[in-house]
Structures are given as structure tokens and as C-alpha cells.
Design a protein around this ligand. Structure first.
Ligand SMILES: *Cc1c(COP(=O)(O)O)cnc(C)c1O
Length: 463
């Protein structure tokens, strides 16, 4: 399998090159030339454990890692999960829930970032190179990236977060990690300031190359790839329904895009229900064809307080025919994204019949989110976190009642104690992994929002 850029400037990369490049050098995202059809393998894969299934699904996208090595990498990536299924399905009666929060940081990002950490280490181990990984986080990505990369040979990781603006739990998850290759940078500014520093430093080609900077955000293809697996694994756990709907709480479009690929690989997902909070740029796009940047609202589901979703570009590429007429699709993606960058708005012609009937969309307000947390608890006794609640609210409104509904649960409720307290003031939600962080020594370096300060920090601590 080879990889190319959604904007046409790069093609013919092997998987390992695509992983190390992260963002394509022409500003696009890297995508496989084709999406493999696995329908003829579904019987044979019945009964496989998560890691065995993951190895087989990933192998279809990876031509340059021997099968034994891949199997080892995958097994190591799911060793730290706290249940043997890795991602178990729980049936509530009305709908099924896919629990994606059994990894070390209790959010679904562990599924991809545990794998990416091992993959980086494996590739660097073969080439003898080293990298400095740089990321910006408003909360969940930072701790999951740190847990994926802590203690890894040949890698230093720098995570910027807005000082005092992540939740206390999220900050402890990052700053209590004692490994010497982890550097937390508390920026005196907003998350947008952190992201803008990140962009600026990656645009400085000389600095980027000298310090071999690498990125862990969801533009990295390996993250999407790892996320395809749990859609299949859930379908087997649900006893292989002939058709089912999946509701996905969405921010950066990474999780649901993996579902889109699973569907195109032959998994019988009927509709992908795209659920957003009041940051609803994607929901509006799928209703109108207009992709327009708006103001970012702070909500009870902060991991989805995102306006511009990087993985959306991959979807556009395939939907515009990237598999069969790559150059034409890449030209259209480039025009769309350049128009969007210039004016903050771009439009796609949705009138083409059958352009896309995969997605249905909706959004949940904070009140609806909190009410859903309460309603699910009253009806079933089950506690869901606010992100999962957004998915359940929209999923129930949009589902086809004739077929099963699977709602993806993206975090453990204990990670979002404020929202849980707003919804259910009488109960307290904890988790032993988080309780164990209390009182541990913390490490962070405070920094002004300054590109020069960031550079000197990296110069000081780079590998
Ligand atoms: C990151 C995150 C999301 C959003 O996932 P995307 O892949 O960015 O759409 C949803 N819920 C939680 C808890 C998250 O951490």
C-alpha cells in the first residue's frame, strides 16, 4: 500500500514514510491510494481478540513492516489496557455502548497513541534516528501522547498546554509523569496561543529540520488506522448485525473518519451519526455543503470545542473520487482548502445525486448533554461522560429504530468531574488511576506565549 497527499504534491510513500512525515509537505494530509475491501475475510476473523484483529486489519494498509514485527507492536500497544476485550461493548437495552476508555489515560485517544508511540520507537530503532515530538493540547491529547511516548528510546516529547485552563485532573495526568524524555510546557495564554506557536515552529523549516520535529496530532495517518479496528471488533461483539447505526461524538473528525473507512472496507454500518456540541461546523456542513469557520464556544464537552477539523480533508478527498481519479480529486481538495483558508468559508455542491448518504448529523446543547447523563443513569444505572452523552443524545434522535445503534463512549466520566457534578450533584465519580495521582510530585515549565522562548526551551532539552 502506498500513500499520497490529499493535495496531490506527494505520492508513492510507503507506510513508514507516511508515519514519519505526519503532515504532507504540500500542506495536505496523507491517505492510502486505495481502501482495501475486506468483506471476504469477515468470517475468517470471527472470534479473534482485539490485538489479533488489529494486526490483520492494519496489515492491509502496511506494506513495509513484517507480519511478526507488526503483531508484536500491536500486542505491546494494548497490554496496558485494563480489560481483556480492550474495547468492550455494553448493552443498555435501548442501544449498545462501545467503551473506548480502558487505556492508561481513560480516553479513546489511548487506542491510537499507544500504538503510535510503539511505532515511532520501532521505526527509529531501525534507522538509528531520533525525533523531538511537539504537541499542543487542551486536555486529552496531551496526556495520551505522553503516556504513549514516555520512556521511549530516541524520542523526547514536548507538550504545550494553556496554564490553568485544562482541568486539574488533566494537568496532573501530564505533569506527574517522571520520565526524563517528557517536557510539559505551561503556556501563559490560551489553547489557541499554543496551537499558533505549534504552527509557527513547524513553518520554520530550518528549525524543524535541525531538531527533527515530529507531530502527534490526528493528522498522523497511524492514528486513524488504529481507530478503524474497534468498529470491526464492536460489530463482532454485537453478533454481527446485518446493518447497524453508529453515533460518534465528534471534534476533529478523526474517530468518525475511521468509521467511514471501516464502512468503505465492507463493515455493514448503515449510517454514521455525527454528533457535535454547539461547535457545529461539521453538522452544518453535512446539512448545507457550506464549511464555515465560526467562533469557538466553551462547553461541558471540552474535547470537542473545535471549529476546524483536520481529518475532514481526508474525507473530502475520498468523497471527491480520490480512489479512482486522484489528481482531479486532489485539485478540488486544494481549491476547497485554499478558499477556506483565505475566506473562512468554502462550499461543496451537494446536489450531485448520491454525493453522500453515509452521514446524518445533529448537535447537543449543554442542557441536553447534562439531561442525557441523568436520563441514561435513571433508566439503566450506567454513567456516561459528557462527550458520550452528546453522542447518545444525537444518536437517539437520528437512529433508525429497525436496526441496532452503537454509541461510542470516548472517555471515562471521572475525567470530567465538573460536568458530572453539574449533571448529578449528589454522586461523586472517581477512578483509581486518577486517585493515584494525588500528591505526586509534578513538573512543568512555565512559558510566555513567545516563539523565541519555545525555541530556546526545545534547544535546551532536545535529544
Ligand atoms: C478527542 C476527543 C473527542 C473528539 O474526537 P475526534 O476524533 O477529534 O473527533 C471526543 N471525546 C473525547 C473524550 C475526546 O478526548
Amino acid at each position: 500500500m502506498k500513500y499520497r497527499s490529499t493535495r496531490g504534491g506527494v505520492s508513492g510513500l510507503a507506510f513508514r514514510q507516511a508515519v514519519m512525515m505526519g503532515l504532507a509537505t504540500d500542506g495536505g494530509l496523507l491517505v492510502p491510494h486505495e481502501i482495501p475491501d475486506v468483506r471476504s475475510r469477515l468470517d475468517e476473523w470471527q472470534g479473534l481478540g482485539f490485538a489479533e484483529l488489529a494486526t490483520r486489519i492494519m496489515a492491509g494498509y502496511i506494506g513495509d513492516i513484517p507480519a511478526d514485527d507488526l503483531e508484536l507492536l500491536v500486542h505491546r500497544s494494548y497490554e496496558r489496557f485494563d480489560c481483556p476485550e480492550v474495547a468492550p461493548v455494553v448493552d443498555t437495552g435501548d442501544f449498545a455502548i462501545l467503551e473506548l476508555f480502558h487505556g492508561p489515560t481513560l480516553a479513546f485517544k489511548d487506542i491510537a497513541l499507544q500504538f503510535l508511540g510503539n511505532l515511532f520507537e520501532y521505526i527509529l530503532g531501525q534507522t538509528g534516528e531520533t525525533i523531538n515530538v511537539l504537541g499542543a493540547t487542551s486536555g486529552d491529547t496531551g496526556s495520551a501522547a505522553i503516556e504513549g511516548l514516555r520512556g521511549k528510546e530516541g524520542i523526547h516529547i514536548f507538550i504545550m498546554f494553556p496554564d490553568g485552563r485544562t482541568s486539574p485532573v488533566q494537568e496532573r495526568q501530564m505533569t506527574t509523569v517522571a520520565d526524563r524524555n517528557v517536557f510539559n510546557i505551561a503556556v501563559e495564554g490560551s489553547f489557541d496561543d499554543c496551537q499558533s506557536l505549534l504552527k509557527q515552529i513547524f513553518l520554520d523549516a530550518e528549525f524543524r529540520d535541525r531538531y527533527r520535529l515530529a507531530a502527534v496530532n490526528s493528522v498522523n495517518w497511524a492514528r486513524v488506522l488504529a481507530q478503524i479496528v474497534y468498529y470491526f471488533h464492536a460489530w463482532y461483539q454485537m453478533d454481527r448485525p446485518a446493518a447497524f447505526d453508529v453515533a460518534v461524538p465528534t471534534g476533529n473528525f478523526g474517530n468518525i473518519f475511521a468509521g467511514y473507512l471501516a464502512r468503505r472496507m465492507g463493515l455493514p454500518i448503515d449510517r454514521l451519526i455525527l454528533a457535535t456540541n454547539s461547535n457545529d461546523i461539521l453538522a452544518r456542513f453535512f446539512r448545507t455543503g457550506v464549511y464555515r469557520r465560526g467562533e469557538v464556544f466553551h462547553t461541558e464537552s471540552p474535547a470537542m470545542d473545535i471549529q476546524v477539523s483536520s481529518n475532514f480533508e481526508r474525507y473530502l478527498y475520498y468523497q471527491l473520487g480520490g480512489e479512482t481519479r486522484a489528481d482531479k480529486a486532489a485539485g478540488e481538495v486544494r481549491a476547497f482548502m485554499e478558499g477556506f483558508a483565505r475566506t473562512g468559508s468554502a462550499k461543496l455542491d451537494f446536489n450531485t445525486p448520491g454525493f453522500d448518504d453515509t452521514f446524518v448529523t445533529g448537535s447537543a446543547s449543554d442542557e441536553e448533554t447534562l439531561a442525557t447523563i441523568r436520563a441514561v443513569r435513571e433508566r439503566t444505572g450506567y454513567l456516561v461522560d459528557p462527550h458520550t452523552a452528546v453522542g447518545i443524545h444525537v444518536g437517539q434522535a437520528c437512529r433508525n429504530p429497525e436496526i441496532p445503534l452503537l454509541c461510542l463512549s470516548t472517555a471515562h466520566p471521572a475525567k470530567f468531574e465538573d460536568a458530572m457534578h453539574h449533571a448529578l450533584p449528589d454522586i461523586s465519580v472517581g477512578h483509581p488511576v486518577l486517585a493515584a495521582l494525588d500528591g505526586l510530585p509534578t513538573r512543568k515549565e512555565r512559558m510566555k506565549t513567545s516563539l523565541e522562548d519555545l525555541k530556546s526551551c526545545i534547544v535546551r532539552y532536545a535529544i
